[in-house]
Design a protein around this ligand. Structure first.
Ligand code: NAP
Length: 210
């Protein structure tokens, strides 16, 4: 069965997820961090794009101050052009899978597709074959939009923090090329909301037409 895909992101009240220069900004507070680490602990894999690794250098682990005896999920990075730094923090602890394309020849890296970008349906097959049943997609905007466009997202969680970042070049939860016309717009069903820290968590299911 296709792994369940949950997208989780924190955005400002004006719909941005980082500063205009793409550097990280604290949007959530402790309650939301705890929720995210518990969520990480519950899934089989956490997935990000190389843009997020280069901007934030995340560890992608479960912090034991939030979860006792954490089970670290597999870390998956989409990196078609082999741009990941050797000393990226995510290599320090736990298992990882770097998904690339046929153009990259690197031992241990997983080739998914012949094009310019990682072929997400091929990657989903690889992950399914490895027994992965749930994936938490944490960003960034380009990767999240690709998952929506490929109709792979089951649930979308967005924490809306009480800050304004501004800037037309600031990344948003769903960047990439965007919808060409109204038929490509992705429709969501809000099924839960929760006050957290000084913001609000919104939980949606995705309603694809076919
Ligand atoms: N607030 C939050 O919750 C949050 C969470 C995460 C990230 N962020 C922010 O998001 C920003 C990074 O986002 P981003 O959009 O620049 O980068 P991204 O989505 O993390 O990564 C995009 C890159 O992934 C690679 N990729 C490979 N296959 C892909 C595919 N099928 N679809 C899409 N991308 C694919 C491409 O690079 P190659 O062609 O080189 O492979 C692409 O440029 C940073 O500013 C970070 O701080 C915020």
């Amino acid at each position: 069965m296709k792994p369940k895909v949950i997208v989780n992101v924190a955005m400002s009240a004006d719909g941005k997820i980082a500063l205009p220069d793409r550097s990280e900004v604290k949007i959530s507070g402790e309650e939301d961090f705890k929720r995210v680490h518990e969520l990480r602990n519950d899934v089989d894999a956490i997935l990000v794009g190389i843009g997020t690794v280069l901007a934030d250098d995340p560890k992608l682990t479960v912090k034991d101050r939030f979860v006792e005896n954490p089970e670290h999920p597999l870390k998956v990075v989409l990196d078609s052009k082999d741009r990941i730094p050797k000393d990226a923090k995510l290599f320090r602890e736990g298992d990882f899978l770097i998904a690339t394309t046929k153009k990259v020849d690197r031992d241990g890296w997983i080739k998914c597709g012949y094009g310019d970008k990682v072929d997400l349906s091929k990657l989903m097959n690889v992950l399914e074959d490895r027994g992965i049943e749930s994936i938490l997609v944490e960003g960034g905007g380009e990767v999240i939009y690709s998952f929506f466009k490929e109709k792979l997202v089951d649930e979308y969680y967005v924490f809306v923090g009480s800050v304004v970042i501004g800037g037309k070049n600031s990344p948003t939860p769903a960047d990439g090329i965007g919808s060409k016309d109204i038929d490509e717009i992705i429709r969501l069903k809000l099924y839960d909301h929760q006050d957290l820290d000084d913001g609000m968590l919104l939980k949606y299911r995705v309603e694809y037409d076919d």
